[in-house]
Design a protein around this ligand. Sequence first.
Ligand code: GLU
Length: 427
Amino acid sequence: MELVEVITKTGKYRGILLPSGEIFDRGFIILKLENGYNIRIRKSQVKQIKRIKKLPQPKQERGKEIKFEESLPVVSILSTGGTIASRVDYLSGGVHASFELSDILATVPELLKLAQLRSKVVMQVMSEDMHVGLWKRIARAVFEELTKEDVDGVVVTHGTDTMHFTSAILSFVLRNLNKPVVLTGSQRSSDRGSSDAFLNLICSVKAATLDIAEVMVCMHGSSHDDFCYLHRGCRVRKMHTSRRDAFQSINDKPIAKVFSDGKVEFLNTYRRRDESRIKLDLKLEPRVALIYSYPGADPGIIDFFIDRGYKGIVIAGTGLGHVPTSFKKYSFIPKLKRAYEEGVAVCITSQCLFGRTNPYVYRNLRLVSMVGKAIYCEDMLPEVAYCKLIYVLGKTKDLDEVKKLMLTNMAGELKERSEFHDQAGTF
Ligand code: GLU
């Protein structure tokens, strides 16, 4: 590594010269500035590159070598991939999952005061690539940690895009949970100055030591580095592509606020640790689809999934849970009837996310539930209904039983009545 000063036709830049190997970098040099940002400078603009000094390769301290205070609770950190376990690949400028969690631990000394940490890389997957098979692997790894007597809580680091799916499925498959399971991630990798990884990790580790026996998501609560929200795992959703406070509790209040100094402010009721014997129930049915209803939607999509042997379909309906019904060519009703007759469960949620479905307000809605026999999932999020249906269909294919289980609260995923604070942005 070399510290250089690059003199161009327009100015001078001091920084570390990085290798550039990708096709789209040809004709450029890449410089890591002292503020941590990388810039590309067109070679034709460069007048001179002054070599200042050769820098030693940075030594990487490994988290495993860190000495912890023995009186502290024990928290296991399981890494599954995503940005929080990534770093910028300077060859491509892209982000690659290639960073061991122990590297991050070494850069967050605050963690040393919170818990004795153990870490394990379960997988290195970007969360858009998750699937039922990988969820099972994560669930097994979490279960293994939870059943260790000396482990007080588990933190799972995960890509943020689909973290709320993983938190939902874990909420169902980990039965009689008796310790905290906290999922966290980051929108910006830990080698960027603006990374949210540090606060998210600090608050998550703190959360994993609390007296809360639930699956939770712990992510930035504001765009500053002041606190994180602890969201119930089956009530949370990523609501922004890039903001640090992208995660929101929907139709429920977050469980708590966790501040950077370790202070905790509780906002909701929650399940406490107890002597329950945790069970792992991985009988799942992966042949479940999640689809949208929209103007002009082709109802043949239902035939498609039935023909492919799917056992369940969750529809994120419009408004109160509508699908098209009025015009023959577009009506979902005959398709829903076919699904029911062939034993395929169809569940209706709302793409509004906030609020609840209600099949009784409009006649066409009543048709969907009465003639189409679709199951209206109260105030459950579409992604949560998807995960729950995967779980429920692993137990039974009997459609009456499926309906009963889908409408039975298992992990705080549904409420019979909505409260005022369940409106967007009011908590
Ligand atoms: N899309 C990737 C994922 O969800 C990276 C995004 C992130 O971790 O924030 O894994």
